[in-house]
Design a protein around this ligand. Structure first.
Ligand code: NAP
Length: 455
């Protein structure tokens, strides 16, 4: 008999884990992949920037996984509210969490929650059409925006704010976001890095794109590129990322302005200490830093010098953070599920992969190796006879029907996908996303109806 595994979360880690499990021969595995949203792909659909269509193309590999025998998808099923961890343990031999990191890290500074100060995670979810973020009122009527953080999400936000209508047109950015960005009077987008250019977390291809935009140019102060000896040593040791980043930044610092209407100003060695404003954001107070070595790491230390950067919009992009699941162990400090090589500590037949296992780092492909490690542990436990399901007679669909839950199967997702692609076609866009729960469920729960309407 096949081993029955529930995977919770259908982003890259979930799909890579499903693929590895469905390829196993000893034991043979069947996978039910659950997601709280009606749609799969996680951050590939709702996090990757819309102008990065080539990165989103990884979903084609996930489609192949979904076509494997033994795979089923259940969208609109949330663990914690729709079904509990205990119920899943009764239905499955093993439960594998790949839920990612669903919220943002906080800065913990005054003014963080003023209107006009947003977590980057919310901005990203909004322009990507996440159904939980469509009511947010992003006011882009400002001449200067500040993006706090020096990672790839910060670069994505800065670049998205700088795109022209022509650059946005062929993407699947939702219409309200594309219209608001194109119509915004924003002239300057300032990115704030608390450490130096060598320590920036963004990667060279993303930094390079800032120099290739139609309506915006990168601006770097050459004084920010003067390196202390410790950074020089770090630069020599990291030729792939830091060296290439610094080369690009030097090139930007040398570039003469070509008069493009928007500027992306990359600042270093500045930490936000307060977000200022009466009713809404009016500026960011920053403290100037110097770099010091502490415990083998280069950290920022305030020099005592401060400055105010006036702005009307702040996007806080200082990393994602995992959220606890009811009935599953959780480490608040790291925002992850405590585990040993993917086996959840202190929980029977429970596994974890992806960002909720190791924290929010790495690119999409990093999750493949991560999921493979977990799947290996799970299969080893199965072969050792440690995964005995308590009650295999009930099915998930039986339980969901008993509870009156409208779930979306893979066919339902295919109907959503087809409807979105069809809406995109006349506008030469990859898709026009359905962005409300009502539309998604109406299409996803009745895929047959859509097919008959098309006939
Ligand atoms: P990240 O790479 O961890 O970057 C977080 C940034 O926030 C760092 O520069 C960090 O600086 C800064 N930061 C943290 N706390 C801060 C504070 N209190 N004040 C000021 N700055 C602070 O996170 P991310 O940008 O959210 O990206 C998450 C992962 O997704 C990364 O692995 C990223 O590469 C990946 N991603 C990839 C792509 C792509 O491939 N195109 C796109 C988006 C995301 P310190 O270094 O000083 O801590």
């Amino acid at each position: 008999m096949a081993l029955k595994v529930a995977i919770i979360g259908s982003g890259p880690a979930g799909f890579y884990a499903a693929d590895a499990l469905l390829r196993a021969e000893d034991p043979h595995v069947e996978v039910d992949l659950l997601d709280r949203l009606p749609t799969p792909w996680g951050l590939v659909r709702l996090g990757v920037a819309p102008d990065h269509e080539n990165i989103k193309a990884v979903s084609r590999a996930f489609e192949k996984t979904a076509a494997r025998p033994g795979f089923r998808f259940f969208g609109n099923v949330e663990v914690g509210s729709t079904v509990s961890h205990e119920e899943l343990l009764r239905l499955y031999d093993a439960v594998l969490y790949t839920v990612g990191a669903q919220t943002d890290r906080r800065l913990g500074i005054p003014g963080e929650d003023l209107p006009g100060s947003w977590p980057a995670t919310a901005f990203v979810a909004w322009y990507n059409g996440h159904p939980d973020f469509q009511e947010l009122d992003f006011d882009l009527h400002t001449e200067r925006a500040v993006v706090i953080g020096n990672g790839n999400v910060a670069i994505d936000c800065a670049r998205m704010l700088a795109l022209t209508a022509d650059e946005l047109a062929p993407t699947d950015t939702i219409d309200p976001a594309a219209e608001a960005i194109a119509a915004s009077p924003v002239r300057e987008i300032v990115m704030l890095g608390r450490r130096g250019p060598v320590q920036a977390a963004f990667t060279p291809p993303e930094l390079k794109e800032l120099g290739e935009l139609a309506g915006a140019e990168p601006v770097v102060d050459p004084r920010d590129l003067e390196l202390d000896p410790a950074s020089e040593r770090e630069l020599e040791a990291d030729r792939e990322r830091a060296r290439r980043n610094v080369d690009l930044l030097q090139e930007y610092a040398r570039r003469a302005s070509d008069g493009k209407p928007r500027r992306i100003v990359l600042r270093f060695l500045v930490s936000p200490v307060a977000i200022l404003g009466e009713e809404r954001v009016e500026g960011v107070e920053v403290a100037r830093n110097e770099l010091v070595e502490e415990g083998g790491r280069i950290v920022a230390r305030p020099t005592g010098e401060t400055e105010v950067i006036p702005c009307g919009l702040v996007l806080r992009s200082v990393g994602y953070k995992g959220v606890a699941l009811p009935g599953v162990p959780f480490d608040e400090r790291s925002g992850t599920i405590p585990n040993s090589g993917g086996r959840v500590e202190g929980a029977q037949r429970t596994y974890v992969a992806g960002w909720i296992k190791r924290g929010p780092s790495g690119v999409i492909g990093t999750n493949k190796k991560d999921a493979a490690e977990t799947v290996e542990a799970l299969l080893a436990d199965a072969r050792a006879g440690q995964l005995a399901c308590v009650d295999s007679t009930q099915s998930l669909e039986g339980l969901l029907e008993e509870k009156g839950v409208r779930y979306v199967e893979y066919e339902g997702w295919r109907a959503i996908d087809a409807a979105e692609r069809a809406a995109g076609e006349p506008r030469s866009r990859p898709r026009v996303k359905l962005t409300s729960w009502e539309e998604l469920l109406a299409t996803g729960c009745n895929p047959g109806e859509l097919a008959s309407r098309r006939d």
